[in-house]
Design a protein around this ligand. Sequence first.
Ligand SMILES: [Fe+2]
Length: 187
Amino acid sequence: MSIDSYTLERFIDDLRRLAASAVDEASLLGQIAPLAQRVVAERGWLRADMYRADPQLGFGTSLLHVEADQSLFVVVDSWLPGRGVPPHDHDTWALVVGVEGSERNIFWQRLDDATRPGYAELQRMDEQCIAPGQVLAMPSGSIHSVINETPHTSLSFHVYGRHLNHTARRQFDPEHHRELPFIIDAR
Ligand SMILES: [Fe+2]
């Protein structure tokens, strides 16, 4: 490893510093994006077990970092071929960088006023495919679904403002207008 390697530890240090001084989410996401692309390009953090995924869920989550107060949650997600995740929000900001393969992200807009428990109306909007090195920034409130339409497991690098099991994030069933809690297994 050269002395100039942009390691995960250096990325986390930068992330901590930028998050502490950020004036707003948009500027923070803009500052983190090139650094996340850089640490993804160097791949020193990548391990073979990160390709594992839960066959029932269709994806797997490997924890790279979280602060003691549950902020600055960094994970690698793997997606089995043909599998994905239903529409969900994060209840915090999110940044995704493609590592391997291609993942289609579909964005949704919530139409109802979120006052009826368990009920949600969603409208499908635009979409974006994430290839290796490409970045997707999602401010708080964004709703997306993900699918790996390729015949191979895909991998992506994710950074969130908070551990997703310590937020009030939800997943949605747009067809049946349902809203549900969304808990993941991140180890
Ligand atoms: Fe997500």
